[in-house]
Each structure stands twice: as structure tokens, then as C-alpha cells.
Design a protein around this ligand. Sequence first.
Ligand code: ADP
Ligand code: F6P
Length: 326
Amino acid sequence: MSKIKKIAVFTSGGDAPGMNACIRAVVRTGIYYGCEVIGIKQGYQGMIDKNFFPMNRHSVSNIMQLGGTILKTARCLEFKTEEGQQKAYDNLKEAGIDALVAIGGDGTFTGAERLSRNFNIPVMCVPGTIDNDLYGTDFTLGFDTATNTVIDAIDKIRDTAESHDRLFFIEVMGRDAGCIALRAGIAGGAEAIMLPEKETAIDDLINTLEAGAKNDKSSSIVIIAEGDKNGGAYNVAQKVKEKIDYFDTKVTILGHLQRGGSPSSFDRILGSRMGFAAVKAILRGETRQMVGLRGNNISFTDLEQSISGHEFKLEEDLMEMSTILA
Ligand code: ADP
Ligand code: F6P
């Protein structure tokens, strides 16, 4: 029998499709195993403001198909201070909360790690970010949906690019990681993909584009992750134009539309599996872990390892393949 009787769940950092499926799984699994489940609204801000409410099976009806997060999310600077963390913990204690399930990115995990280290409260983290940049999981919640959204946009832009014989620079999200750019670029047949992890010289890009033009390519699409070292799609377009002016170029920034939308089946199932596994792990007495998916199996990684993102690596085989197939 577990000593944990009251579990709280919250989402924090950037929202991601699939978070709701995860919240639903946490609530229903917790209730199934005889726990009370508390929702915390607006992440760490909600902990500081006592924005807590009890959840039942019905609280999570009909949310699976919704993008965003019904628990809302926030970026909370106060929580980064020791005083903020103490206040949050005091409020959790007052509400009788025994354990936490945190859904978010590495900032969220860092906050959860601080809480558990300083106050010994059990925490289990679920990777929820469209960026797919956390060590210890093949996929994060929302990445599949966001990538599909980008592919849909590339397909549409391809229609008009081809009709007008234009060169399009499409900027996608990924401040530090190029996962969305890489996969969407491959699946969308982009002529070039520019990533934060690998600097692309403008001259090399121009060579690629000119080689395509010589091979009768009348339109081209270049995918640029927002964290690319050349400074984003407008800068890349400008630098290319300064060197060659015969392409008719256009720039599209996809922006926050990549964060929204109904989650794909993959993200719905991933969120459900991770939420289910997180609660079961907490009830087994585990703490300070990130639930992940490795090779289609649920896995657990020490929170500290998942936070020290230097171990996260973009797939080299995909990078090599993308340049050969383009
Ligand atoms: P994400 O979880 O998507 O990486 P953020 O980096 O914005 O998003 O982090 C979400 C929240 O986690 C922050 O607003 C803050 O409240 C908390 N957080 C982030 N970094 C720390 C830290 N070093 N110490 C304590 N809390 C943190
Ligand atoms: O969710 C991850 C992410 O989309 C990054 O790729 C992006 O740089 C960042 O969040 C932007 O988030 P916001 O506009 O909420 O600060």
C-alpha cells in the first residue's frame, strides 16, 4: 500500500498538443488506484497563488482531442527564487498534496527537481514540448502533432511555390533544437534544412539552390529552425539575395500555429501512456524521474540527467540522409 493519497498534476512552460491526454490519464489512473487528484492551474504560478482544485473522472471528459492544456500554463519568475519555492511548497503542504506530476520542458523539470530536492516531495515528470529536445525519450508530447502541422504548411506552400517558380524560406520553431525542422524538412521534401545544431554556410546553401536550378528545379523550399545561427528566415533570405538576385524569394514564419491544434493519434496515445506510467511509478514509491519512450517502451530517466540537455543529440543519420535525398 502506497503512502501517497493525494497527487497533484500541472502543466508548465510552452504548451503542447497531447498535454490534455496526459492530464486525463493522470486523473483517471490516480482515481482508479484510490487517490485524490488535484489540478494546479498555471503551473508554478498556480502553486504560489494556491490555484488548486479537485479533479474527478468527469473533469477530464472530452479533452483528449483538444490542443493546449486545460490546466493552463505560465512562466513564473517568482518560482525561480528560494522564497517562491518555499511559498509553493508551503501551499502544497497545506493542501495535503503528497506527490506531483509535472508536464513540461526542461525548465519545468528544473523547478520540479528543486522542489523535490529541497522539500523531499516526490515528483514525476512528463516531457511535454513540441521541441523534442529532452534527453531520455525518443519523443516528447506534441512533437508529432507540430511536425505534421509544419508538413501540412510545407505542402501548401509547395503548391504556390511551384506555380510561381519561387524560392521559399520557411521558419519553424526550435530555439535550441532542430528536431521539427529536420523531420518536417525531410517529410516535406525540402531542398535544404538549416538547424541550430549544424551551421550552414550561406555559400553552401547557394550552391545547393543553384545545383537544383541547373537540374530544372523551378521552385525550392528551405526550412530554417528559428535557432539557426544565420539568424532566422528573413536574415537568410536577405543574405542569399545579396549574393544572387535571380530567385524570386518569399519568407514564411510559421510561428505559434505550430503549438496548437488537435493532437495526432501518436500524441494522444503517448500522453495517455506517459500519464498512466507516471502515476503508477509514484505509487510504487519512485521519484525524481522523467517518464520517456524508448523504442516504443516506457522508460525512466533520472531527472538530473534529462535536465542536463547536453546529452541530447539530433539524429545524425537523419541529417546525413536529408542532404542526400533533397
Ligand atoms: P519549459 O518547461 O517549456 O522548458 P520554461 O523554461 O519557461 O519552459 O520553464 C517553465 C517554468 O519552470 C518557469 O517559468 C519557472 O517557473 C520554472 N523554472 C524554470 N527554470 C527554473 C529554475 N532554474 N529553477 C526553478 N524553476 C525554474
Ligand atoms: O514550445 C517550445 C517553443 O515553441 C520554442 O521552439 C520556441 O522558441 C518557444 O517555445 C517560444 O515560446 P513562447 O513564445 O511561449 O515564449
